[in-house]
Design a protein around this ligand. Structure first.
Ligand SMILES: Nc1ncnc2c1ncn2[C@@H]1O[C@H](COP(=O)(O)OP(=O)(O)O)[C@@H](O)[C@H]1O
Ligand SMILES: [Mg+2]
Length: 407
């Protein structure tokens, strides 16, 4: 958890500035920070965003602090709460220590003294977030597939990756098709969804792990699919808050959550990016695609997807033609290594037409199947991956989702 979600609640603009300066100086953590200017907005954001940590501008009155802490712990049961306070707002040492002891009896886990310093914030994050990690169970991994243009192979690679993972872990992989209209995932898998992502959004007030599993349709190979909305009108119901909630729940309910996206960086996709353990950038080997992607990768970094969370996927979705770029050329133009290369495989098209994804029959030793298995291995080897499904289903854990990005 190098990118914890932090929610800062406070009306004092100086606190926001202090906090931004202190986060800039952090060594280990690169938090995504949300700001709320009052208590009501803070509780609302805690509920929808499920931050790992909430920092409250501490009221002088300990009862007010306690009641806010208890409201927050209902809204986001797994979050750690830290109070930021001014030493000078107390008359003497005695009143300060009384306040701290009293506050500790509530859900407040730690304190930050203002003005905030990077080193103090670093220590507090080390303490509270490590505690949170120990206390909560392991979460499922979220993997997003993105590109700056359509036709790169996002759906092909994400669906096949999800199938490959589901063959290893039947019933424990969810594919979320975010396509705005007429998603291809259901077609590629030959399943007929009765419910879609829109139902999950509509039910969001009562959505839990069980309901989410019910809304997903099961494919023959053991993959669960949360299908795309049937049309653009329905798609307009999908907003970033609802979508964040779905993903937050999904990674508690499943070992792996694979997100197929559309070529746009809107609020919904940003929410997916914020929540993703790995973001796979898919593109094909032509000059415009590579040039476009060099820029796109940079944009991703600027919106908070650090290089460590990015994977570059070169997909040859056309037969060998003269003038196509070789891997070396691509590496040179991108100025960074390519993490995965998928060769052209003409049976991909047959697979598309028959609704039997290629991964079902793919060999592991060569070609597309080999690349696919390498990618699935990478996902399985992510640090903190689940040891056993029993362990991961019984222990709840926290979630972190996006919003205003600082890091
Ligand atoms: N490695 C590949 N070999 C052959 N055809 C491919 C390959 N990858 C993708 N395709 C084909 O390219 C087209 C675009 O792929 P798709 O996955 O739909 O892209 P996106 O989801 O990024 O828009 C599809 O017709 C798909 O069958
Ligand atoms: Mg697609």
């Amino acid at each position: 958890m190098e990118n914890p979600q932090i929610l800062l609640i406070g009306s004092d603009p100086a606190l926001k500035a202090e906090f931004e300066a202190a986060t800039d100086g952090l060594r280990r953590w690169h938090p995504l920070v949300h700001f709320a200017h009052d208590r009501r907005q803070g509780v609302e954001l805690a509920r929808s965003r499920r931050p790992d940590l909430v920092v409250i501008e501490s009221p002088r009155d300990c009862d007010a602090l306690k009641s806010l802490a208890s409201e927050l712990s209902v809204a986001a049961p797994d979050c750690q709460i830290v109070a930021a306070y001014q030493k000078r707002s107390f008359d003497g040492d005695d009143s300060e220590s009384k306040f701290l002891i009293e506050a500790m009896r509530s859900r407040v886990a730690d304190f930050l003294q203002r003005p905030l310093s990077s080193s103090e914030l670093q220590e507090t994050l080390d303490r509270t977030l490590n505690r949170a990690q120990r206390g909560s169970g392991r979460m499922g991994k979220v993997l997003s597939f993105v590109s700056n243009k359509g036709g790169a192979g996002k759906s092909t690679i994400s669906v096949n990756t999800a199938v490959a993972l589901a063959m290893r872990h039947p019933g424990e992989v969810l594919l979320v098709d975010t396509s705005l209209q007429l998603g291809v995932a259901a077609m590629m898998l030959d399943v007929a969804p009765r419910t879609t992502i829109v139902d999950a959004i509509r039910e969001s007030h009562r959505l839990d792990e069980t309901l989410l599993r019910q809304l997903a349709v099961q494919s023959e190979c053991g993959l669960h699919v949360l299908a795309a909305p049937p049309d653009a009108v329905e798609a307009s119901h999908v907003d970033d808050e609802g979508f964040s909630r779905i993903l937050t729940l999904a990674r508690r309910a499943y070992r792996y959550v694979v997100v197929d996206t559309y070529p746009m960086l809107d609020a919904v996709i940003m929410a997916a990016l914020d929540l993703s353990d790995l973001v796979y950038v898919v593109f094909h080997g032509t000059v415009p695609s590579v040039v476009g992607n060099a820029h796109f990768i940079d944009v991703l970094r600027k919106v908070g997807v650090s290089q460590g969370r990015q994977r570059v996927v070169l997909n040859y979705n056309f037969p060998k033609v003269s003038g196509a770029l070789r891997v070396d050329d691509v590496v040179e133009r991108l100025g960074r290594e390519v993490d995965h290369v998928f060769p052209y495989q003409k049976r991909i098209l047959t697979a598309l037409n028959t609704g039997r994804p290629y991964a079902l029959k793919a060999g592991r030793r060569w070609g597309f199947g080999k690349s696919l298995n390498r990618l699935a291995d990478e996902i399985e080897n992510l640090p903190g991956a689940h040891g056993s499904s029993v362990e991961f289903r019984t222990r709840p854990s926290d979630g972190r989702v996006g919003g205003e990005v600082l890091a």
